[in-house]
Write a protein that binds this ligand. Structure first.
Ligand code: G6P
Length: 482
């Protein structure tokens, strides 16, 4: 008799823990760096399962089968299953609908939204591909965990074909107010898609509220606002706010590593200034890079004492370079860096050190250790894990976190110095305060921050989700038993 398999997790996301690269010895998985990967890969490694994702490459042909690989290669713990996307699908679904419509919409950049019905129909088709791949893997008792705005239709597509399958969904970016969402011609379809899940998670209660109001207003769904529950097609969907955490202990260990500490020292002496400010993010218009550069320039104009004594390291990780708005932003950012350096460089001193590249974890932590002030000033951000990573990497409770009030993390990180990134003069003055902050004040704030980031770490986040799922199952059992 065939042995019954233990229930497993089927993780589904646009981008997984690996990008696939064709080499002379065949297709190789290259580890990808992202918040989602650091959050859930350890969990998959421990429990086993399948991660269904696009491998970041163009499928060779229209009907090429997806690659299936045991990963990590050196010590396989789970399976990576590729959803192959053609060049046309990448253009219309990834660069088109997800990053040309949903991304700007959810971040309140209505003027950047492009609504195109061909892109929408490709989004529907590609979501069905992901659902098919997940369904191929799913056995009774398994849990399908779908992530983010790329795959909003997958829950309903799965529910339709396997109604009993247990589903989670986590939406990692802001969820907009329904007035804004209503500008999208397919908003009702997006909402119906998401309501296919059992449990739906967001980072903040305000995103939960926006979602509940949207389903009530745009779909006429019955909503219990007090308990964050939606009643839809004879089912109850539980919605919750669980801000994602980072692996605090792993960052602390990395920060203690002698190699990382030595590298941080080298960076400081190479940059050769008394005060170092740092920003790290994907080169994205939501991140407020240009506004931050303007504030840095204003600071150097208004408070000349900082010239020669303070420098900003701006690490901009290349992202979505096929989308015109991202290409334009790169030009604008580079022009601003050139202008500021042209105005204020003196001898070997440069006020801005700009890097257009990603960094491996150890190098990143060395920068976190080297920086006196961390500037995380997005115009809008679902949460922002970089802010938490900086806090988790500080060993001696020094350092100042300057955080935009429009980053979701601002609601949790009470010791941060909050800024309005749209107010350039105000931001320049806050930068001045941050650079001048006394050690005692830094420590008071950093201890508060570290306590929060340590307690609400990644394990806490996974436990919250797990408990929500369990609570839902008990309730289902009660209902069916009564
Ligand atoms: C955001 C999204 C993620 C996405 C990441 C990188 O954090 O929430 O789902 O993977 O950006 O963007 P990319 O387009 O490179 O996958």
């Amino acid at each position: 008799m065939a042995k019954k398999q233990a229930p497993k997790i089927i993780m589904v996301s646009n981008r997984g823990a690996y990008n696939l690269q064709a080499t002379d010895s065949g297709i190789q998985p290259v580890p990808a760096i992202s918040g989602l990967v650091s959050a859930v890969e350890p969990f998959l490694k421990e429990k086993g399962g399948v991660w269904v994702a696009w491998g970041g490459r163009e499928a060779p042909q229209e009907n090429s089968p997806g690659v299936r690989l045991p990963v990590p290669q050196e010590d396989p713990a789970y399976t990576f299953l590729e959803v192959p996307l053609t060049a046309g699908e990448i253009k219309l679904y990834y660069h088109g609908f997800t990053n040309g419509a949903l991304w700007p919409l959810c971040h309140y950049f209505l003027e950047k939204c492009r609504y195109n019905s061909q892109e929408w129909s490709t989004y529907v088709r590609v979501n069905a591909k992901f659902a098919d791949a997940a369904l191929m893997e799913a056995r009774e008792g398994d849990t399908v965990w779908v992530n983010d705005y790329h795959l909003a239709l997958v829950p309903a597509q799965i529910r339709h074909r396997k109604p009993q399958l247990r589903q989670f969904f986590f939406w990692h970016i802001p969820f907009p107010h329904h007035d804004l969402l209503a500008t999208l011609p397919w908003a009702p379809q997006i909402l119906r898609g998401l309501l296919g899940t059992d449990v739906l998670g967001f980072h903040l209660q305000s995103y939960v509220d926006n979602f509940l109001n949207a389903v009530a207003t745009l779909l006429g769904a019955r909503v219990d606002f007090e308990h964050n529950v939606v009643y839809w097609q004879q089912r109850r969907i539980h919605v919750g706010a669980w801000p994602m955490g980072v692996d605090y202990q792993a960052f602390q260990r990395q920060a203690l590593n002698p190699g990382t500490r030595a590298r941080a020292e080298t960076l400081r002496s190479q940059l050769g200034v008394e005060h170092l400010a740092l920003s790290v993010e994907r080169l994205d218009y939501t991140k407020g890079i240009l506004e931050r550069l303007l504030a840095w320039e204003r600071l150097l104009e208004e408070v000349p004492e900082w010239r020669g004594r303070a420098a900003l390291v701006q690490i901009a990780v290349p992202s979505r370079t096929a989308v015109p708005a991202y290409r334009r932003l790169k030009e604008e950012v580079e022009a601003a860096v050139g202008r500021i350096n042209g105005r204020f460089s003196e001898g070997s001193y440069r006020p801005v050190h700009y890097f257009w590249r990603g960094l491996p974890r150890q190098e990143l932590v060395a920068y976190y250790l080297a920086a006196d002030v961390m500037l995380v000033t997005p115009l809008r951000d679902g949460l922002n894990l970089v802010a938490k990573e900086y806090v988790a990497s500080r060993r001696d409770s020094s350092g100042v976190l300057v955080l935009s009030r429009f980053a979701g993390a601002a609601q949790e990180l009470k010791g941060a110095v909050l800024v309005n990134p749209y107010d350039i003069d105000g931001m320049a003055m806050i930068l001045n305060t941050a650079l001048n902050m006394s050690r005692a004040e830094q420590e008071k704030r950093m201890r508060l921050l570290q306590e929060k980031v340590r307690r609400h770490d990644i394990r806490w986040w996974l436990t919250c989700f797990h408990q929500a799922m369990m609570a839902r199952e008990e309730e289902t059992a009660d209902v069916s038993g009564s």
